[in-house]
Design a protein around this ligand. Structure first.
Ligand SMILES: [Fe+2]
Ligand SMILES: [Fe+2]
Length: 170
């Protein structure tokens, strides 16, 4: 069954937001690398890969439904931050914005009674809960150590171990 125009437009906009997220985290990764924090840079580089996988899940879904994928321009992202705490505060704010956006997409799906899309979107609802919890956790730890000194050095080491696992495929 053909998708409602409004639903299609909203899903394409969400693809753009996920790629924008990827772009933002990649910029953060470059900044962190330049500040000699390779572990945090790795964390954000993995985050970039995760966001691309979120975009691709929607992309694949639209194609599977026989709908048109419309890729528009991706807005430029920030390139400078105060410090690591600033980065994670920005990340949390951005994830809250994305959660709000996912809720809106879900709202549209309910409005047009697109049950297949409602079903597909559940994955994103759960993912956002995990993302917000995870980012808040790192932010709390950073605040504990004032975002500097030997604490930061140790935390950076820990961040080195994060690897990308494509959770959209399970
Ligand atoms: Fe995402
Ligand atoms: Fe995210």
């Amino acid at each position: 069954m053909a998708m409602k125009e409004k639903m299609l437009k909203t899903l394409n906009e969400q693809i753009n937001k996920e790629i924008y997220s990827a772009y933002l985290y990649l910029s953060m990764s470059a900044y962190l690398m330049s500040k000699n924090l390779p572990g945090f840079a790795n964390y954000m580089r993995v985050q970039y890969q995760e966001e691309m996988s979120h975009a691709m899940k929607l992309y694949d879904y639209l194609l599977e439904r026989g709908e048109k994928v419309i890729l528009k321009e991706i807005a430029a992202v920030k390139t400078e931050w105060e410090d690591v705490i600033d980065i994670f505060e920005d990340t949390l704010k951005h994830e809250e914005f994305i959660t709000d956006s996912i809720n809106n997409v879900l709202g549209v799906a309910h409005d047009v009674r697109d049950y297949a899309t409602i079903n597909m979107l559940q994955w994103y609802v759960n993912e956002q809960v995990e993302e917000e919890a995870h980012v808040s956790g790192v932010l709390e730890q950073l605040k504990m150590i004032d975002g500097k000194g030997s604490g930061l050095f140790m935390l950076d080491r820990e961040m080195q171990s994060r690897v990308f696992v494509d959770s959209t495929q399970v």
